[in-house]
Design a protein around this ligand. Structure first.
Ligand SMILES: Cc1ncc(COP(=O)(O)O)c(C=O)c1O
Length: 472
């Protein structure tokens, strides 16, 4: 790259050049091994004599920052000497809005383990990568000049049509392409809705236990987030604060307990929302993986989309890295949510969206879902069966018929955190249900995902988990 050197400052010209190169190296802007411009070239561009530049290079070479290789040029050393920060050089502490003071940038990376029952990840091995690669390549090849410019903030037209058709058929969600807004995953959908609906200090009700990124997001927008208990039928409607203007729920597969919200509870929740003028967000994040029964009607269909925002994600059905999701909003929210999308992100990444449209319309999505649902169903059944048989006195499996993880409550008191710690030390990752409670730790239990563990690894993994229980 063209390295910018300014001749401003104190000292002779050579010292000024020296100082800037020195700073760039110790700060890492000029990386180890990087080639410096030839002295003649830099001298010409700065209108100084070649000797002036050469003197700066020689000094840096003598101090161990640069190395010259005959015939090849001058390079930054592999390990240039480190310089401790000078007093007063530390970055200023800038005050950020209160919610951001306690929200982690990123959870610490997970260490690899032998038996990984991590919650919330699909199995990337099941993903038809070759077909996806072909569609992305085709999309990039065929993308026209028009499509490479800014387009509708709601996203790729073809994808919105394909999503509307997909959820219309598979989830009986009545929506046209105009009601669909493509997002970077469910998380952006929640952000857009929160932005347009929440006044500072507004009350948002979320499930307890629940999905931490949703809770944190609403809090980051300045809302007062209240956890509402969940029982075997779903969120306890009577416990939702009257002040709540937004209620976030996961009716198909409660996160993290895995239960489906009963029809009675759905009806009661909708009646509550109408009575209080609140909006419901229905996060249908992994309902496509269904192992039994006919699915219950989404809140969105029961309500005909009047007070319900329907949120979908391709993070589990495709891959989390693609950052593809969508939302279907009631008519009065269409314009403000589109505007929020335009102002925060424009239209997203249209070539990936185009490939996703083709993946849906060419039947590849349906085929991938059928195949992976079979795979996940077998894993779900295997885990449930082993827990019921070999952990009968210890764990009660929470019934669930969909998704990528299941939960189990402890039958007899034990220190769940200690079990999870011992399991980790033994190479087994399971999750403590307590992590999904904002207040208190709820009923003690474990969550076990099966996106990251192959079928034949489940039995040995659970056998090892059994050894992590305290002696009774
Ligand atoms: C409850 C819930 N909603 C949504 C998602 C997906 O979010 P995103 O599409 O932003 O990756 C997940 C993923 O774990 C989830 O557990």
């Amino acid at each position: 790259v063209d390295f910018h050197v300014s001749l401003a400052g104190r000292g002779d010209l050579s010292t000024r050049i020296y100082r800037q190169l020195h700073e760039a190296i110790v700060e890492g802007r000029l990386a180890a091994g990087e080639r410096l411009p030839p002295t003649r070239e830099l001298a010409t561009s700065l209108s100084v004599s070649r000797n002036t530049v050469a003197a700066a290079y020689e000094r840096l070479t003598a101090e161990g920052f640069l190395v010259g290789r005959v015939g090849a040029g001058t390079f930054v050393c592999a390990n240039p000497p480190a310089r401790p920060p000078r007093p007063g050089e530390q970055a200023d502490e800038i005050s950020v809005r209160r919610p951001w003071r306690s929200i982690a940038a990123d959870p610490p990376p997970l260490a690899p383990v032998s038996f990984d029952f991590q919650v919330g990840v699909p199995d990337a091995h099941l993903f038809p990568m070759a077909a996806w690669r072909r569609l992305v390549a085709r999309e990039l090849r065929d993308v026209g000049v028009r499509a490479s410019a800014y387009v509708d903030p709601a996203g790729h037209d073809g994808l919105r049509e394909a999503i509307a058709r997909h959820i219309g058929l598979s989830r009986s969600v009545r929506a046209g392409a105009g009601d669909v807004i493509v997002t970077h995953g469910a998380q952006q959908a929640l952000d857009l809705v929160g932005r347009v609906l929440l006044e500072p200090g507004a009350c948002v009700a979320v499930e307890e236990p629940g999905y931490p990124p949703a809770r944190e997001l609403f809090a980051s927008l300045g809302a007062k987030v209240t956890g509402v208990p969940v029982d075997g039928e779903g969120i306890v409607v009577a416990a939702i604060p009257r002040a709540a203007t937004l209620v976030y729920v996961t009716p198909s597969h409660q996160f993290p307990l895995g239960t489906a919200m009963s029809l009675d509870r759905r009806t009661a929740l909708l009646a509550w929302a109408h009575r209080h003028g609140a909006v419901l967000i229905e996060d249908d994040y992994d309902s496509e993986f269904r192992f039994a029964d006919r699915p219950l009607e989404p809140l969105h269909s029961l309500d005909r989309g009047r007070r319900v925002v329907y949120v979908g994600s391709f993070a589990k059905t495709m891959l989390p890295m693609l950052r593809l999701g969508f939302l279907v909003v009631p008519p009065s929210l269409r314009a403000p949510v589109r505007a929020a999308k335009r102002l925060t992100d424009r239209q997203g990444e249209v070539s990936t969206q185009g490939a996703m449209a083709a993946f849906l319309t060419e039947g590849l999505f349906a085929r991938h879902l059928r195949r992976s649902t079979r795979g996940y169903a077998a894993r779900h059944e295997r885990i449930a069966e082993i827990l019921r048989r070999d952990f009968a006195g210890r764990l009660a499996v929470v019934p669930s018929i969909a998704g990528l993880h299941l939960a189990a409550f402890l039958r007899t008191p034990a220190d769940v955190a200690a079990i999870v710690r011992r399991a980790a030390a033994a190479g087994v990752r399971v999750e403590n249900l307590a992590n999904y409670y904002a207040e208190g730790s709820g009923e003690p239990g474990l969550a076990l995902g099966y996106g990251g563990i192959e079928l034949d690894r489940i039995a040995p993994g659970l056998a090892r988990l059994a050894t992590c229980w305290p002696e009774t």
